[in-house]
Design a protein around this ligand. Structure first.
Ligand code: PLP
Ligand code: COI
Length: 342
């Protein structure tokens, strides 16, 4: 198969239309068989549930070319399961988990020419999503839905890739106590837009959100969970029921313990403790692990000893091991890698 003529190494995190996308429709209480389509547009009622009341959820995962030249995805079953939880919280029908994985596989296979080559630094980002499509005017769940998956080749989420970023403590909340912070609903990201535009205007790369109840504990950023490294090389990651259960974070916890022999604490993290950590990183599918060099809290700076030039040493080990597993250089735990047969 001939690859598309794309400058893989200079891709940013943007949308590029690819050839095929998966579509399945839900009507009269059931999902249809699903098709692959060349049409990248959607025609909808002006009163569709998604347009009026934001009934939409999504997922994000990647396909990689391994060192051996295979195309693989990373733990798509966990995305399927998280999407099930998101659907339940927004009163949407569940797209069966095995069909979710199958739809991802088909989307990768039919866009194989867009999977960036091994070593290019780029990946194929997959975006499964679901939304209410029939007219809804009283506030209630839709009766009809679309489940779709599209693919787009991407480079690093933050410009500069592995270069440490600077973030600010946000004055806004991204979630509410007992709200929807723990699911992947479009509305959480709409909530974060003013905060991220504000942060960018002020020269920051991202926001650190604190817990909306007490504003004393670290939650996450707009699109990634936090990982901290203590001075004695323990991995600490915030536990909260209003953050997204990151698949990258859960995988890194396993990598830290089982591959690197590090101690891991998943617990509430007070903002007051942050100044004492040695390293900080953001982890997620898009972010992979993006090192944080500095956090600014209303003018007060926390500068991590790892500095503004390089990833901290422990963060780098985590990064190398995780990406090594994803790219086939390091043996993966059972069930983590799903090979796409072409
Ligand atoms: N937190 C938020 C708010 C996110 O949008 C994401 C991205 O999916 C993550 C964390 C990281 O999750 P994952 O590692 O499953 O991509
Ligand atoms: C992902 O990492 O897949 C995400 O969904 C984050 C998103 C904000 C780009």
């Amino acid at each position: 198969m001939e690859k598309k003529n794309i400058d893989w190494s200079n891709l940013g995190f943007g949308y590029i239309k690819t050839d095929k996308r998966y579509i399945s429709l839900y009507k009269d209480g059931k999902w249809d068989d699903g098709v692959m389509s060349e049409d990248d547009t959607i025609k909808l009622s002006e009163c569709a549930g998604v347009l009026q009341y934001a009934q939409t959820i999504f997922e994000g995962l990647k396909a990689y070319t391994t060192e051996q030249g295979k195309i693989v995805t990373f733990r798509p079953d966990l995305n399927a399961s998280r999407m099930k939880d998101s659907a339940a919280r927004l009163e949407m029908p569940v797209f069966p988990e095995d069909r979710f994985v199958d739809a991802v596989v088909k989307t990768v296979r039919e866009n194989a020419a867009y999977v960036p080559p091994y070593g290019s630094g780029a990946t194929l980002y997959l975006r499964p999503y679901m939304f209410g499509s029939n007219p809804v005017i009283g506030v209630k769940p839709a009766d009809e839905y679309q489940f779709r998956v599209f693919a787009t080749p991407v480079g690093p989420y933050f410009k500069g890739g592995a270069k440490p970023i600077t973030i600010k403590v946000s004055d806004f909340d991204r979630a509410a106590p007992n709200g929807t912070g723990n699911i992947k609903a479009g509305l959480n990201y709409a909530m974060s837009l003013h905060a991220i535009v504000t942060a960018h205007k002020e020269g920051f790369d991202e926001n650190m959100y604190l817990d909306p109840g007490t504003r004393t504990k670290v939650e996450e950023t707009g699109g990634a969970n936090f990982l901290f490294i203590t001075k004695d090389k323990k991995v600490v990651t915030p536990k909260s029921n209003s953050i997204l259960p990151s698949i990258t974070r859960r995988s890194l916890v396993h990598v830290a313990k089982e591959y690197l022999g590090l101690e891991v604490e998943e617990r509430e993290v007070l903002f007051d403790e942050v100044k004492d950590f040695a390293e900080c990183g953001l982890c997620g599918t898009a972010a992979v692990i993006s090192p944080v060099g500095k956090i600014v809290d209303h003018g007060k700076e926390i500068c991590f000893p790892s500095g503004m030039e390089d990833m901290g040493a422990v963060t780098k080990k985590l990064y190398d091991t995780l990406t090594g597993i994803q790219m086939g250089r390091i043996e993966a735990p059972e069930g983590w890698i799903k090979e796409i047969e072409l």
